[in-house]
Design a protein around this ligand. Structure first.
Ligand SMILES: [Zn+2]
Ligand SMILES: [Zn+2]
Length: 233
């Protein structure tokens, strides 16, 4: 036990039991979300976009750890508002474990050729990031890239201040995120063909992740896969 753990002991975000951010029991209580196609949101093996749903600038798949309900929901809130330190590490550990266990084909495809996959976080607007102090999606993506031995790159930026998606309905959400993102000038992906794992904390209607995928596919050389990876859906 480190000195920090001794002064600020960890307790489970689910049941408050001392020891870890997620006790084994609460970890087992994370409801696994059914994997669905990101376009029609109907079941799909591994979360891959159905061949008939594929569009030129759309996501190629969606993978989420679990359903946005406690204890996962509480853990995401703690991550977002940084109520406890290092919870990102615990969450990413669980995520990578489940990824390997429940979608071994996709996991192995990435692990077989790690240089051809890059982790890209959904950006926050600089104003919001300054206010909050950090971007939770970047924290997750960095940690996940490290654990999976992949490259991490911030190549998207928000060019428009958007309202929080919470409280907005379908069409308003779409309009809220439309044209809100752009590629950084010096994005390395412009000159290579890596596939992209786009990371965000939660998939609600998917407007944000769909818009990010659109900007990436529209502005980068064709032929790459862009997947959305989230903690919850
Ligand atoms: Zn617990
Ligand atoms: Zn579909």
């Amino acid at each position: 036990m480190s000195l920090v753990d001794w002064i600020f002991p960890k307790h489970c975000v689910g049941c408050k039991k001392w020891g870890n951010y997620f006790c084994d029991n609460c970890q087992a209580n994370i409801l696994q979300s059914e994997l669905v196609c990101p376009i029609c949101e109907r079941n799909s093996i591994g979360g891959r976009t159905h061949p008939l749903c594929q569009k030129k600038f759309a996501l190629d798949g969606l993978w989420s750890l679990g359903v946005y309900k406690n204890p996962l929901r509480r853990a995401i809130q703690e991550l977002k508002y940084r109520l406890v330190r290092d919870i990102n590490q615990t969450l990413v550990d669980i995520m990578v474990q489940y990824f390997a266990k429940h979608t071994p084909d996709f996991f192995d495809e990435i692990k077989k050729d790690p240089t051809s996959w890059v982790m890209v976080p959904v950006p926050l607007h600089p104003k919001r990031e300054r206010w909050r102090g950090f971007n939770q999606s970047a924290v997750l993506a960095k940690e996940m890239a490290f654990k999976m031995g992949l490259r991490y790159e911030e190549c998207l930026k928000r060019i428009r201040f958007t309202k929080p998606q919470v409280g907005l309905k379908g069409k308003a959400r779409y309009q809220n995120t439309k044209d809100a993102f752009a590629l950084f000038e010096n994005c390395k992906l412009k000159s290579e063909h890596s596939n992209i794992l786009l990371i965000d904390d939660v998939w609600t209607t998917g407007s944000t992740l769909k818009e990010c995928a659109y900007v990436l596919k529209k502005n980068l050389p064709a032929g790459r896969q862009v997947w959305a990876i989230t903690l919850a859906r």
